[in-house]
Design a binder for this molecule. Structure first.
Ligand SMILES: Cc1cc2nc3c(=O)[nH]c(=O)nc-3n(C[C@H](O)[C@H](O)[C@H](O)COP(=O)(O)OP(=O)(O)OC[C@H]3O[C@@H](n4cnc5c(N)ncnc54)[C@H](O)[C@@H]3O)c2cc1C
Length: 303
């Protein structure tokens, strides 16, 4: 009921899609999560600004997501409004000789393929990271020793009050799986990437190598949210979890992958509670065995 009346109010302002009581499992790669009161996919930046103002008027809490590939949404769902940007804000343009500008809602692998076709290198490491450009920049997504923060030239974002801000690379303050976008928090609209020229074929070859390595080492056929924990100093989280004998450990439908110990997979019908209990078990076992504190990488929403 709360969802329905809030959705009706927001439809007076928003031109994009507005759904009441929307099951969040449909919007996460984990395929887990109860209903959001309202889920909105704004049509463009102007629509998003209007939405932020409307949300301030009705004083509804809100959360911004990309494609939900790094999220654990609680079984009770999300009170308030989820603003989903995957599939909107989807422009990609060649800004300068070696600078690509890209909307936050673009699928990151699609950006990687596009810049490769322009003969621009630097994003090969990201070609298999699912999710949006906005999510990847906000999270400072990383793979094979490179990270988004290293190639960003600038980002354009909105404050929660709807004011535009532009940050350069330094202002973005990218750290391990965090940036100023998450800390403030801001709504990321677009990013510019500083790339370098190379042969398209050589770039595609490197992308292919990254993708092949992923399909060998990651459990890509089961739903997950990628790595459950950040890598601590002193080694990959997966190595500690494996050495603690936890590959294959289960709670309900959630399982520590036998292929990559830092992935928790949904083997069917896993709840958010299952995943959190399993993560707690993993944390405790790794701490007891090695004195290493594992910090969650997946972001928990709702509850
Ligand atoms: C199979 C698999 C493999 C993965 N491999 C990797 C990997 O190699 N490296 C890696 O770093 N990650 C990896 N991930 C995790 C995930 O794909 C990345 O973190 C991705 O960048 C998240 O993007 P998203 O759009 O799905 O963000 P979401 O999961 O929707 O959101 C993640 C966070 O970013 C915030 N956010 C999203 N968009 C915006 C925006 N426009 N403005 C402000 N905040 C925003 C959200 O509020 C949330 O806090 C993997 C995940 C899976 C399922």
């Amino acid at each position: 009921m709360v969802g329905t009346s809030l959705a009706l109010r927001l439809r007076e302002t928003v031109r994009g899609e507005v759904y009441a009581d929307e099951p969040m499992w449909r919007h996460t790669s984990f395929r887990i999560g109860g209903p959001a009161d309202v889920l909105v996919v704004p049509r463009d930046t102007e629509d998003l600004v209007g939405l932020l103002h409307a949300l301030a008027d009705v004083q509804a809490p809100f959360y911004v997501i990309g494609a939900g590939t790094n999220l654990l949404v609680m079984d009770e769902g999300v009170r308030g409004v989820v603003i989903k940007l995957a599939g909107t804000l989807s422009d990609i343009a060649l800004e300068d000789e070696c600078v690509a500008r890209c909307g936050a809602g673009v699928h990151l692998p699609a950006l990687c393929r596009k810049v490769a076709s322009w003969g621009l290198a630097g994003l090969e490491f990201a070609s298999g990271i699912p999710g949006t450009v906005g999510g990847a920049v906000a999270m400072n997504a990383a793979a094979y020793g490179s990270s988004m923060g290293e190639i960003v030239r600038s980002v354009s974002a909105l404050t929660y009050e709807g004011e535009r801000v532009v940050l350069d690379r330094e202002g973005l303050a990218a750290g391990v799986k965090t940036t100023r976008v998450l800390q403030e928090p801001l709504v990321l609209l677009e990013a510019e990437f500083a790339l370098r020229e190379d042969e398209p074929q050589a770039i595609v070859q490197r992308m292919q190598e990254c993708l092949e390595e992923r399909s060998r080492k990651q459990p890509l056929s089961l739903p997950s949210a990628g790595c459950a924990f950040k890598n601590p100093t002193g080694g990959g989280a997966g190595r500690f979890i494996d050495a603690a004998g936890l590959k294959g450990a289960r709670v309900g439908g959630a399982e520590v992958s036998a292929l990559h110990a830092n992935f928790i997979v949904n083997t069917g019908g896993a709840t958010a509670r299952d995943v959190l209990s399993l993560m707690e078990r993993v944390r405790d076992a790794v701490y007891e065995r090695f004195g290493v504190v594992l910090e969650p990488e997946v972001r928990v929403l709702g509850g």
